[in-house]
Design a protein around this ligand. Structure first.
Ligand code: ZN
Length: 493
């Protein structure tokens, strides 16, 4: 791993944001450096902060904690993506023995300095409790390849050296924040903290120091794993596709069958369908065809933060059968086995907590398909892609971790806590589905004004639309107009 910090670019960020403090502008710069590397953070998974002294409306100096807003992408973050909070007031919460979800939500709201700011990251208390000016946090693949091991403590110590606190998994929120603070107070010289099955935090009094410590420690993990394993570091996506063109039709049959088997009636009565996303790089296809496919599917998420996108387990599928009836039976049986297992998991976990918890849908999000690779599902195309990105990284980390030692799954208790943590579920908050969301429409003879009008309306209603026409020039014109439509690019996709 190499530091991408460039003093000239850093200065440019300060000049570009004359209205905000230079410390916050630098925070934006190094957050973006972290955010642009998917092996460090994926889809809102990491977070960063800076502490700045500012004057209140009454002219009184106070320390403001600027922490990344929940779900905001670090790669494109702007100063407004950071939520300002009164740090001293939040810091006093460390004396509490426990904090309910409702009260934590309340405290975060009342200590914001701007009421209209987004919700802060769920790890905000850790950023508030530690004294360091800059704190960087990632769920780096290479760190998780070491934490998710039977011998995690010894491996981490050997790989990262003495200036890192190494903690067991702790529930995000107050327990995690207090745990890391206690480590800091016991040894104020620590430069970083690694939390098992979660990720790494690095600290520094400058933006560059905290960022370069992140790069340094993830680099140490990489060097250590390279020595232990023959495999290259995860993260790089081999360009070669293992999926020959002639088998595209069988993949289309598979996706269609899976979408049918997982469609369900929502409590409101509407039919909900999923979009499917395929990843067929050679190493993924090999893993899906290997004797280990079942274990890769049952060994769960890398970090509980991912469970809302992928569910904890995946569905292993053999080669796609050539016969439609056989394919339907195989997919139906696999989906039924998954939903039965999900019902067992929910009943057991929710029964041990509080009565009346509302169960999410029990359908799988991830299929490992022999000879293909990964097929993921999401209510929107964006969700399906997010799940696919996460599963690509997860699969490569599991393979690497298996070569460096013995991969250890996360307990279902921790996974359930995150899957049903209200502050985490807020990340899924979306407008109610549009009437045709998840449906696929094919328009023949679409190369004219009527075809364009129909396609435009179907896209607006949330459908995925395929257009066809014997006149390829007219069809291309329609495609180009639709490509500029806002409906094709919701939420940045
Ligand atoms: Zn985290």
């Amino acid at each position: 791993m190499k530091s991408l910090f460039d003093p000239e670019q850093a200065q440019e960020f300060i000049s570009r944001h004359p209205g905000v403090s230079p410390d916050l502008a630098l925070r934006v710069y190094t957050s973006r450096l972290i955010g642009r590397d998917p092996s460090l953070v994926l889809h809102g998974g990491g977070n960063t902060s800076v502490k700045v002294r500012e004057k209140s409306i009454l002219g009184e100096a106070q320390e403001i904690l600027y922490v990344k807003g929940s779900g905001i992408d670090l790669a494109a973050i702007e100063p407004e993506g950071f939520v300002g909070l009164a740090r001293e007031s939040l810091g006093r919460l460390r004396t509490l023995p426990a904090l309910s979800d409702e009260e934590m939500d309340n405290q975060l709201r009342i200590h914001k300095i701007r009421a209209a700011s987004p919700d802060p990251s769920v790890e905000v208390l850790l950023h508030a409790f530690l004294p360091h000016r800059y704190i960087d946090h990632t769920h780096a693949d290479l760190i998780l390849a070491l934490t998710n091991q039977r011998e995690w403590k010894a491996l981490l110590r050997e790989a990262l050296g003495p200036r890192v606190a190494i903690l067991p998994y702790l529930t995000p929120g107050l327990p995690l924040a207090k745990g890391v603070l206690e480590e800091y107070e016991a040894d104020p010289g620590i430069e970083a903290a690694v939390v098992a099955q979660h990720g790494i935090f690095t600290f520094g009094d400058g933006a560059r120091t905290a960022y370069e410590r992140m790069i340094d420690y993830v680099g140490r993990a990489e060097a250590f794993l390279r020595k232990k394993s023959r495999r290259n570091a995860p993260g790089a996506s081999p360009a070669e596709s293992a999926f020959p063109g002639k088998r595209i039709s069988s993949l289309a049959r598979f996706n269609q069958t899976v979408r049918g088997a997982c469609a369900f009636r929502s409590p409101g009565g509407g039919l909900r369908r999923f979009y499917a996303e395929v990843r067929a790089a050679a190493d993924l296809a090999r893993a899906a065809s290997s004797p280990d496919a079942g274990r890769l599917c049952s060994s769960g998420v890398l970090t509980p933060d991912h469970v809302i996108r992928t569910k904890n387990r995946w569905v292993p599928c053999g080669e796609i059968p050539p016969d439609d009836g056989e394919l339907k039976r195989a997919v139906r049986d696999a989906v039924e086995a998954f939903t039965r297992d999900y019902d067992r998991y929910f009943a057991g976990q929710s029964g041990a907590r509080k009565a009346g918890m509302e169960k999410g849908d029990p359908y799988p999000r991830v299929f490992l398909v022999a000879g293909v690779g990964i097929v993921t599902l999401g209510f929107t195309r964006r969700e399906a892609r997010m799940a696919a990105d996460i599963v690509e990284h997860t699969l490569r980390v599991k393979l690497l971790a298996g070569e460096a030692g013995e991969y250890a799954p996360i307990s279902e208790d921790h996974v359930f806590d995150m899957e049903y943590w209200p502050l985490q579920r807020k990340k899924l908050g979306q407008p109610p589905p549009s009437s045709l969301q998840g449906q696929v429409a094919v328009i023949t003879g679409a190369g004219g004004a009527i075809g364009l009008g129909i396609a435009d309306r179907l896209l607006a209603a949330g459908a995925a639309v395929a257009v066809a026409d014997i006149d390829s020039a007219s069809l291309e014109k329609v495609r180009a107009i639709l490509a500029g439509s806002c409906f094709l690019n919701p939420a940045g996709f």
